[in-house]
Design a protein around this ligand. Sequence first.
Ligand SMILES: Cc1cc2nc3c(=O)[nH]c(=O)nc-3n(C[C@H](O)[C@H](O)[C@H](O)COP(=O)(O)O)c2cc1C
Length: 390
Amino acid sequence: MDMFRFLTAGESHGKALTVIIEGLPAGLPLTEDYIALDLRRRQGGYGRGQRQQIEEDRAEILSGVRHGLTLGSPLGLVLRNRDWSNWQDIMQVEPGAEASEKLTRLRPGHADLAGAMKYGQDDVRPILERASARETAARVAVGAVARRFLAEFGIAVRSHTCAIGEVAAQGQGEPDWALVEQSPVRCADRQASERMVGAIDVAREAGDSLGGLFEVWATGVPIGLGSHVHWDRRLDGRLAQAVMSIHAVKGVEIGGGFALARLPGSQAHDVILPADQWGDRPWRRATNRAGGLEGGMTNGEPVIVRAALKPISTLGKPLPSADLATGEAIEAHYERSDVCVVPAAGVIGEAMAAIVLAEAMREKFGGDHIDETKRNYQGYLSTIGPRGRE
Ligand SMILES: Cc1cc2nc3c(=O)[nH]c(=O)nc-3n(C[C@H](O)[C@H](O)[C@H](O)COP(=O)(O)O)c2cc1C
């Protein structure tokens, strides 16, 4: 059974998003304010639509925490949709409001068409309500809980925007995270940041949208999470799946990723340094082209995952489409929408990476109380130096 798992429920304009998280040890400090920090970061970012201003997300902890510490029991969270009062009729749970207008203008690039066929709907509303990226608010709440657990072991998970449309950030290596958090587009390169804002303005004016690239960094990750022994235990595969599952993500790279395919082997790997160059932890590399993952396991270097987002598909100038009811040519439906979601997607990427890493930490170190998990972790760390010779 998975040691750390979660389920979310909730429609975009329903009453609330709800979450159950299972598998945390007891004794972990956790507050609603801590979770709220990440929810706020997800709602920020230049290029978001009106909804982010209407609603400030907050996760209420319903169960699993007492006096600021986890109990080891399932955690129940609820994120109420503050706009619910405007949607009570359209999203009414009880029967009796079926006469409301049906949405039949299919949006290319969304779940609308395939979802309506698959679930036997003559209205797109029942599909788009759950297909919407609103659900990622619940994932970010779970990610915050995972992040709180990882922090006990000195693991930090961060993200930054590498590109929006044609504008790419300059600079390699770990960015200045304080600058990332200050930037309206979560990019440490100030000049690129300004040009990204400009590009978003141009796209908005044109009734268009923009995609881009973000990168997630996890630092302080111990060597040996994940496993080489089965395809579904490989941590690179699990991270890729988790990040690819974010709405509009169309590509995922680990470390050097696609660029490694063009290099000779002599330039693609990370030389293992001798002990006199290790500094404060065992086993260091000269470079980190592997993005901290070899053989499906962490190798002690920062874990680096990059993702490509397609531009969002609800456009101010809607795309040509067909009507679900008649098949006739029609413009796609327009509902208030974001123009660029790359900065927010980075925060969601952090959440997904934190969830996968928390799972992997729970698998390796177990423990019913956080102190037990820490003892197991320390015991393992004491074994990972050079093996020595008799
Ligand atoms: C944080 C976030 C917010 C989004 N907001 C919108 C939006 O306002 N309008 C829209 O059309 N798509 C939005 N999207 C993108 C759609 O959710 C996405 O294009 C759709 O789910 C189909 O993508 P898929 O083919 O990758 O599943 C958003 C995505 C993310 C990650």
